[in-house]
Design a protein around this ligand. Structure first.
Ligand SMILES: Cc1ncc(COP(=O)(O)O)c(C=O)c1O
Length: 390
């Protein structure tokens, strides 16, 4: 029997704060500054979540983009359940790890080898460690507004995103590597300009530094595959675990072969390549590789994004396939911008009170899954238009 509760969300949240810092296991879940008690979720199905009090919400958080197929997709559930019944973890190789690795290597151009880990943070941390081991240098360049997990990145320079000149002048042969989100999702959705990404490639090549694309959000989100072709290493997470804790980093064989046990860069994990997560991840990628999948995801997204973009005043809507952000304040966002938190709070509460859960931060993306029904997308669109146009 699953554990049942008859406590209210407020009671559970208060009790949680006694034993968990802030009552949450990841800060943004606390919905700070939004004037609500965060929902305590009891279950999810398709595009809908239900809290412990029986309230339902159309969900656009989708576990921060991990759920490309919505909650409790039957195929993913049954493959994961079957694996749980065979054993949930061994710490010894299983055949499913090779299958998921091969699917990724076959589908992502330029990805020659991958290693699985358990979170996006672990993927970026390990890729950075590998780049340092490969080059024998320590300095890293990253970009403001990009998020690469919470690990301490050591010696780094932070530059403005999409700023070619700032990047060129910071680049030198002391740089071990450059890490970037090719489609940024952590300052709202801000696609990297083509010229910017090309210059990152040229300059890293020129000084012998490693270019890392952090595709923890963007991998398999907007297309089947990722932007790996031009990077040396890429990080994946979220979608590749099918809703379970799995992530990966991978790239050029020459660099990946520096990892232990073949090479000298040590990297390891008790639950790495966990078979339940691998089964779920493979099921998720197989579903996403069906013909027309991303065209349909794009069509679904545009039910909301086209009309809302046109109605937006005092801000803008930016998107990639399967994800979008309403920015309150700037008319266009190319790099990290301070946003209007008060207006965002009004927007969030307006949606929430009408049974729609958008990602609870002005700097985050909202995610469309294949499980979002047209009726729910239309309801969301109409509610956003009502908020924007009154
Ligand atoms: C681009 C990017 N990289 C890394 C991470 C860290 O992943 P995780 O939260 O699984 O540790 C995230 C998390 O949202 C992310 O968006």
């Amino acid at each position: 029997m699953p554990s049942e509760t008859c406590l209210s969300a407020k009671e559970i949240f208060e009790k949680s704060q006694e034993v968990i810092p802030g009552g949450v296991n990841s800060p943004v879940r606390a919905c700070c500054g939004l004037g609500i008690t965060p929902p305590i979720i009891a279950r999810g199905e398709g595009d809908t979540i239900t809290d412990v009090e029986g309230n339902t919400f159309i969900d656009y958080c989708m576990s921060w983009g991990a759920l490309l197929h919505g909650h409790a997709h039957p195929e993913i559930v049954s493959r994961a359940q079957a694996q749980v019944a065979r054993g949930s973890t061994f710490g010894i190789p299983t055949a499913i790890e090779e299958k998921l690795a091969r699917k990724m290597v076959e589908e992502v151009a330029g990805l020659e080898q991958v290693r699985f880990v358990s979170s996006g943070t672990e993927a970026t941390m390990s890729a950075i460690r590998l780049a340092r081991g490969h080059t024998g240098r320590s300095l890293f360049i990253k970009f403001e507004g990009n998020y690469h997990g919470h690990a301490d990145m050591g010696e780094t320079i932070t530059l403005p995103y999409n700023d070619v000149e700032a990047f060129r002048s910071a680049m030198s042969d002391e740089v071990a590597g450059v890490i970037v989100e090719p489609i940024a999702g952590n300052m709202g959705v801000v696609p990297g300009a083509q010229e910017f990404l090309e210059v990152l490639r040229e300059e890293t090549k020129r000084v012998g530094a490693v270019l890392i694309f952090d595709e923890v959000i963007s991998g398999f989100r907007s297309q089947f595959g990722a932007s790996q072709e031009v990077a040396d290493l890429s990080c994946f997470g979220k979608i590749v675990g099918g809703g379970f804790p799995a992530a990966a980093f991978g790239g050029k064989r020459e660099i990946m072969q520096k990892l232990a046990p073949v090479g000298k860069v040590f990297q390891a994990g008790t639950l790495s390549g966990n078979p339940v997560a691998m089964e779920a991840g493979l099921a998720a990628l197989e579903l996403a590789s069906l013909p027309g999948f991303y065209e349909e995801l794009k069509r679904k997204g545009e039910i909301i994004t086209k009309p809302v973009r046109e109605a937006m005043r005092g801000g803008c809507l930016q998107e990639a396939v399967g994800m979008f952000t309403l920015f309150f304040g700037p008319e266009k966002v190319e790099r990290f911008e301070k946003l209007d938190h008060e207006r965002f709070g009004e927007y969030f509460r307006f949606m929430w009170e009408r049974g729609i859960y958008v990602s609870p931060s002005p700097y985050e993306a909202s995610f469309i899954s294949m499980a979002h029904t047209d009726a729910h997308l239309e309801k969301t669109r109409d509610t956003m238009l009502e908020f924007l146009c009154g």
